[in-house]
Design a binder for this molecule. Structure first.
Ligand code: CAA
Length: 392
């Protein structure tokens, strides 16, 4: 009975495998990717070699078939050493989930196997310069012209843009219908009319390119629509319910990396004739970091299980896990820099990078203010809370 509150054996084994690969082959490139803002190709090759680059893709499409909890464990382990690299499995899941949730069998069979094989990455294009938190106010449009859709507009802050071969693009197909007039499409990098902005200069997660995606009269076959026209916004929101769990896992991983570094450091660093780990003030800080981290991890795993079961309270749990874990990661990485003092503020140690990387987890896939709106709406509608939790 008490097996409930620990990871299943296969997930613990997966963590060991992922940790070994990440420590040996991903960690060495993390600082360089941060410094040069270049995609860590060697890390990608290592993740691909170990089938950790898109583990969520079901076996029938050539994937590893990892469940949501296993995918979270993989992302956590990659993020522990390199947040930018963790966006490989993270964004592959984000980009392909609209297909998995709502796409036709034909689309799935066409676009999922290349991602599973590591021959293609898949990005998600929802945001626009004037439509960030208010995603439904997008103006990118798609018009039906015979048996083709023609897309026009600009998507903003697209993770892995340019690098990805495939894109889920949300666009307005029914004017004046609000969110009910939005549809989802698969766009290919090589479709005529697709272009990319210059890479954004970011505070952190620099090894993962972020660029605008320009759509200039992009003609795509009608069968590239994902689900029925007009259902795109629901698909976008359902996707985020699941993938906010992966951002939570990323935050947990970054925080674990910072805590591991700080714990090692305070045992070695000597001041006033003893290791600073002997001082109670340092111990209290460490204890709070560990406590917050573990709470974030447990909430993330609880959300991942809901994602796997597609429970009715996933929307609440996805938002709660993402919000709590990213806030925890921010605090933990700030505290880690504090524990390392002057060294922590330099690039000699990874904690200043982790601090900058953690910040993004409070912003993307919906700011934490949006997560609180989502949670409150669900509480007020009686769609989350003790009874539903009990039922789960
Ligand atoms: N599942 C299914 N349907 C949903 C849903 C969900 N979780 N949430 C909303 N919907 C449906 C609603 O039921 C409603 O449909 P009906 O009209 O038929 O009832 C419709 O969608 C509109 O819902 P709302 O009225 O709640 O919509 P809203 O305009 O008030 O917006 C919001 C809601 C939660 C604020 C949403 O706009 C949002 O999540 N904003 C943040 C956007 C975001 O997360 N962007 C991240 C971009 S991706 C990214 O960051 C990727 C990266 O780089 C890695």
């Amino acid at each position: 009975m008490f097996d409930v509150y620990q990871l299943p054996e296969e997930h613990r084994e997966l963590r060991k495998v992922a940790r070994a690969v990440c420590e040996r082959k991903v960690a060495p490139g993390a600082a360089v990717a941060d410094e040069t803002a270049e995609f860590p190709q060697a890390s990608y090759d290592a993740l691909r070699g170990a089938d950790l680059h898109a583990p969520h893709i079901p076996e029938q499409y050539g994937g590893a078939g990892a469940d949501a909890l296993a995918t979270a464990v993989v992302i956590e382990e990659v993020a522990r050493v390199c947040a930018a690299s963790s966006l490989v499995p993270g964004v592959n899941k984000l980009g392909t989930l609209p297909l998995l949730l709502a796409g036709s069998e034909e689309l799935k069979r066409t676009y999922l196997p290349p991602v599973a094989a590591g021959d293609a990455l898949f990005s998600y294009c929802l945001s626009e310069a004037e439509a960030g938190s208010d995603a439904a106010s997008m103006i990118t449009r798609a018009e039906l012209d015979g048996d083709h859709w023609v897309l026009n507009g600009t998507k903003y802050w697209i993770t892995n843009a340019g690098l990805s071969k495939f894109y889920t693009v949300f666009a307005v197909t029914g004017r004046d219908k609000g969110s009910a007039g939005i549809s989802a499409f698969v766009v290919e990098r090589d479709d005529p009319g697709v272009g990319f902005g210059a890479p954004e200069h970011k505070l952190g997660v620099k090894g993962s390119p972020t660029r605008a995606v320009y759509l200039d009269d992009v003609r795509i076959p009608a069968n590239r629509v994902i689900g029925e026209p007009g259902t795109g916004f629901q698909t976008a929101m359902r996707t985020l319910d699941h993938t906010r769990v992966t951002i939570a896992a990323q935050a947990v991983g970054i925080a674990q990396g910072a805590l591991d570094c700080a714990t090692g450091y305070v045992k070695l660093r000597r001041q006033f004739g003893r290791a600073i780990a002997d001082f109670q003030g340092v111990q209290f800080l460490l204890a709070d970091m560990g406590m917050r981290l573990e709470a974030a991890r447990q909430l993330t795993y609880a959300a991942a299980a809901r994602s796997e079961r597609d429970d009715p309270d996933l929307t609440f749990f996805g938002a709660a896990a993402k919000c709590f874990a990213s806030d925890a990661a921010m605090q933990i990485t700030v505290d880690a820099v504090q524990l390392l003092g002057g060294f922590g503020y330099t690039t000699d140690f990874p904690v200043e990078r982790m601090l900058r990387d953690a910040k993004l987890t409070q912003i993307y896939e919906g700011t934490n203010q949006i997560q609180r709106i989502v949670m409150a709406r669900h509480l007020l509608r009686g769609l989350a809370g003790a009874e539903l939790v009990g039922a789960g």
